[in-house]
Design a protein around this ligand. Structure first.
Ligand code: AMP
Ligand code: MN
Ligand code: MN
Ligand code: MN
Length: 276
């Protein structure tokens, strides 16, 4: 029996629906042996997760998912096995959090211009001290009846170039890789097939990512098909990146994505956990 790794998940510290404790308990029940919590631009859920992991005797990996910029586009970088007390990382994410705060205000103003009031108060009420993400705005738009579902919220208001979209100067990819390495962790490019860039841009990205000190590629994520996994696997092999696996779980309400539920990493690729 191989152990099951899920190295990409979210809690209420960002846009997940479960508290860190609930997330770990669910992961264990789903047969996950090793879980990484990778909330968007925050380590806010880590302390609780570490305490719970001890209590329920589960292997826990400290992680984060950073929003980064490369060639004017946003890419998600997962940092794994990081020191949550790293000064460089903590300073860095404080700035990311400031950017998120400003973006939240600007997005709410843009929605107001479209006649939609109260978004700021509503998302702040839900998130408390946690990160505000576009998911929170999407939930608000659904709840208030402005759109029928989350996808429509992105298509109509929140997606790139839509009326409430706010272009944000996230940290550069190279700097984000540097933070993760300084914090003793490994840098993994998340969900490579979700960026809608051409294969030649993907090759350029991965060549540079490897140069920067990037360690891995998420070869298997929640909703990948067999063909997707082969595509990502080929990229990882070509650029000598280790392979990572994770569900990108956000909520029990999404029946398509479950903790630990996805295909195994192909045999002949180095698993990212060998680098921890
Ligand atoms: P943000 O980092 O604030 O831009 O929020 C991005 C988050 O929104 C992602 O991590 C997803 O959880 C969610 N998201 C992005 N695009 C979509 C989409 N088309 N449909 C549903 N959720 C999405
Ligand atoms: Mn998310
Ligand atoms: Mn992501
Ligand atoms: Mn994610």
């Amino acid at each position: 029996m191989t152990s099951k790794y899920d190295l990409h998940s979210h809690s209420t510290a960002s846009d997940g629906d479960l508290k860190p404790t609930e997330l770990l308990v669910r992961a264990k029940a789903q047969g996950v042996d090793t879980l990484a919590l990778t909330d968007h631009d925050t380590l806010g859920g880590i302390e609780e997760a570490l305490a719970t992991a001890k209590l329920i005797d589960m292997d826990f990996i400290t992680g984060i998912e950073l929003s980064t910029t490369w060639r004017n586009r946003c890419f998600h970088l997962v940092g794994l096995n990081i020191d949550p007390n790293s000064a460089i990382l903590l300073e860095g994410i404080a700035e990311q959090q400031r950017l998120r705060m400003v973006r939240t205000e600007t997005m709410a103003l843009k929605l107001e211009k479209k006649g939609i009031k109260g978004a700021y108060e509503a998302v702040k009420k839900v998130t408390g001290d946690g990160m505000v993400t576009r998911s929170h705005f999407a939930s608000f738009l659904v709840k208030e009846g402005h759109v029928t579902d989350m996808q429509a919220a992105f298509n109509r208001y929140l997606g790139d170039g839509k009326p409430a979209f706010v272009s944000t100067n996230w940290i550069s990819l190279i700097e984000a890789v540097h933070w993760i390495k300084e914090a003793g962790g490994v840098a993994v490019l998340a969900h490579p097939l979700r960026y809608r860039i051409t294969a030649s841009w993907m090759r350029r990205l991965l060549a540079e990512f490897k140069e920067m000190g990037g360690a891995g590629l998420e070869v298997v994520t929640g909703r990948d098909s067999k063909e997707d996994i082969i595509t990502s696997y080929n990229y990882a092999k070509k650029f000598e990146l280790a392979g990572s696996t994770g569900s990108d779980f956000h909520s029990p309400h999404n029946k398509w994505v479950e903790l630990g539920r996805y295909s195994d990493l192909p045999d002949d690729i180095k698993p990212i956990w060998e680098l921890f």
